[in-house]
Design a protein around this ligand. Structure first.
Ligand SMILES: [Zn+2]
Length: 324
């Protein structure tokens, strides 16, 4: 394979941005749509990704204004857009269902994608919905967003998992859909550990010891995640990187990496950029900036740790998960 930089990103919200606008509703679709996966004004597009070997977990995020059947309908509509983009640009990107497909997709010169979902409202409080997701090749589901849903409670609330939430975790594991604990509150996190048999992910969460924000992980949570063979993704959201700097710089991010290494998470820290879902630092404004970010990392942390963070840890995790 060529020497292009490899990237595995556990989370972005680009498809919501392509499909839906909070002010004006559904965006134009069809052949003459102004925004495509290839050409758009978002942080991620195929132009930004083409100089890398890239595996993107493209999340479909369900806003909290949509509940029950409306939440499932929202997902299905954005999923239509995902299918349209992937069919129109099939020579440049491909959805994969198993990590074992990755190398051949990369060798063919294409980017790869796992389809993921952010917010368990998508289940419409019915276990049977998982069959639909499995059919779509959904790889990972973030159980909650910031508020409450039928599964549990996000970081704006304090309740734990519901009875349905516990059943859902079991059923998702059986369907080989990875559980993502980002956004979940601490009570729910503890409950999830009681129920889960397989390793889990916090796809886009930083470290609270470095930046005290409820969306970030406590040291103890990181240690439990490591212990079960899980991974977590470094989130570029400004508010989750630094409480001191409005536009964080490389040093601010590197404190999270330092602390993760101190906790023994060198083999568990990945990328979870949150592109197109968060306000990110200027020096990381779009996908193409990951080249410069990698160079800074390599200078500070060396080649081995940088490669682990960029793709090796995530690739190993998906392999281990699929073998479990
Ligand atoms: Zn999120």
């Amino acid at each position: 394979m060529d020497n292009l930089l490899k990237v595995i990103d556990l989370h972005c919200d680009t498809f919501d941005r392509l499909a839906y606008d909070y002010e004006t509703g559904w965006n134009k679709t069809g052949a003459h749509r102004p925004q495509t996966l290839k050409h758009n004004d978002k942080a991620l597009n195929l132009e930004e990704m083409k100089d890398f070997r890239w595996l993107q977990c493209f999340a479909i995020f369900i806003p909290e204004r949509f509940q029950n059947q409306e939440a499932l309908d929202f997902y299905l509509r954005v999923k239509d857009r995902y299918d349209l983009e992937f069919s129109d640009f099939s020579s440049e990107i491909q959805q994969i269902r198993s990590i074992s497909e990755l190398d051949s997709v990369w060798e063919s010169g294409k980017a790869a994608s796992f389809l993921t979902i952010e917010n368990g409202t998508v289940l419409n409080a019915q276990i049977s919905t998982i069959d639909i997701l499995q059919e779509h090749g959904v790889k990972m589901l973030t159980l909650t967003w910031n508020g409450k849903n039928a599964i549990g409670s996000g970081n704006d609330t304090t309740d734990g998992l519901t009875t349905f939430g516990r059943e859902a975790i079991k059923a998702l594991e059986e369907a080989n859909i990875i559980i993502d604990l980002s956004h979940l509150n601490e009570h729910g996190f503890d409950d999830a550990f009681e129920v889960m048999d397989k390793p889990m992910v916090a796809s886009h969460s930083n470290l609270r010891a470095v930046c005290d924000h409820p969306r970030n992980l406590q040291d103890e949570q990181v240690l439990r995640l490591i212990d079960m063979g899980g991974i977590f993704g470094l989130n570029f959201c400004r508010d989750f990187i630094s409480t001191k700097h409005a536009d964080p710089d490389f040093d601010d991010i590197s404190y999270h990496i330092d602390h993760a290494i101190k906790l023994g998470a060198e083999d568990h820290l990945c990328l979870g950029t949150d592109y197109d879902g968060a306000k990110v630092p200027s020096f990381l404004s779009a996908g193409s900036k990951l080249q410069g970010f990698y160079e800074l990392l390599e200078n500070r942390f060396g080649q081995e740790i940088s490669a682990k963070l960029f793709y090796k840890n995530a690739q190993r995790f998906f392999n281990e998960y699929e073998a479990s």
